[in-house]
Write a protein that binds this ligand. Sequence first.
Ligand code: SAH
Ligand code: SF4
Length: 340
Amino acid sequence: MDFKKLSAFLQENGLPAFRLKQVRDAVYKNFASSWDEVSALPAPLREQLKHKFRLHTVEEAATLVSKKGDAIKFAFELKDGHKIETVLLNLLPEKWSLCVSTQVGCPVRCPFCATGRKGLKRNLSPDEITDQFLAAAAYLKKTRGQKIGSVIFMGMGEPFYNYESMAEAIRTMSDPEMIGLGQRHISVSTAGHVPGIRRFAKEFPQCNLAISLHASEDAMRNDLVPLNITYPLSQLAKALNDYIFSTRRRVFVEYVLLEGLNSSRSQANRLSSWLRSVAAPKYFTVNLIPYNRTGARFKAPERDRVKVFAGLMEEYGFEVTVRKSLGEDIAGACGQLAGK
Ligand code: SAH
Ligand code: SF4
C-alpha cells in the first residue's frame, strides 16, 4: 500500500488526516485484505479508494496446505506477472513462522536449490516483501484465528543482494506504529554475503543471523554455494567473528546434508574445527537440513548417518537441531520454492 500517495490524495480532496491512520491501522494491525474490511471509513470514501489504491502489491494465486496442516504455501502473483512463494510453518503449537522471499529467483545458483536454478529475475520492492506478511497474516486470522509469531527471510532469493528492500521491510515489520513484531523474532538467512553481514551487524543487531554454510572447505563450497568464489571461507570467518563480537549474539548455521559429499565423520570434524576457528561453540546453533528433493543430482543421507553427524557435532560442543521437513508434500520445504 502506497501510504505517501494515499496521504497526498486525502490532502488534495480536503479529507481529514486521521483517515490515513485509520487505513494504516486496518492494514498493519487488523490485516485487512480488502477495502471492504477497512470498516472505520465511511462507505463512500471506501468506494472511492477501492478504485484508486490496491491494498496489497501481491495477490494470492494459489494456496496449498500440507496434509498435516502444519505448512501452508502461498503462490503470490506480482503486478508484472512474476510469481513468488511464501510459506507459513507451524513449528510449535499455535506458533507460526513465516518464511518470506526477497527476490524473484536468485543469482547465487546453488546447484541443490530449486530457486537458484532459474537465476535472478528481479529484486522485490519493500512492499512486495511486507505484503507477503500482511497477506499471510490475513489468511491465518481468517482461517484459524491465529497470528504470525516470527519471520524468517529464507524464501526465494539472497536477502543481502536486495539489502535496501529487506531493511525497509524489517523496519515496517518491527516498527510498533506499523506491524510491531520484535526484531528478536526476525531472522535473515544469507549464503555468506560478507558486506551484507557487516552492514546487518551494525543496523540490525537485534535480529537473528543465519548463515548457509554447507561446506567447510573452499573447493567444496565453491561448488555448493558459488558465492564462496566471491567471499571465500577465510573472509566469511572474519565477518562472522566480527558479527559475534560486536552483537554478542549467536549465529545459526545451516548445513544441508548431502550424501557422499559433506555428511561424513571427517566432514563433521572439519565443520567443527572451522566453526571453532571463528568463535566458541556456544555462539553457534547448527541446523542440519537433510537435502529435500529438487530434481538435482543430490541425495539425502540415510537417517542413521544424519544421527551420527548430529551426535558428533554435539560431542564437539555445539547446539544441534535436525530440521523437520515440513511441507515437503506441497514443495514448500527448504530449497523447493521455484515459483512455478
Ligand atoms: N538465499 C538464502 C536464503 C534462502 S535459502 C540462503 O541461501 O541462505 C534457505 C535455506 O534452504 C538455505 O540454507 C539453503 O541452503 C537451504 N536449501 C536450499 N535448497 C535446499 C534443499 N534442496 N534441501 C534442503 N535445504 C535447501
Ligand atoms: Fe539462492 Fe539460497 Fe537457493 Fe543458494 S540456497 S540459490 S543462495 S536461495
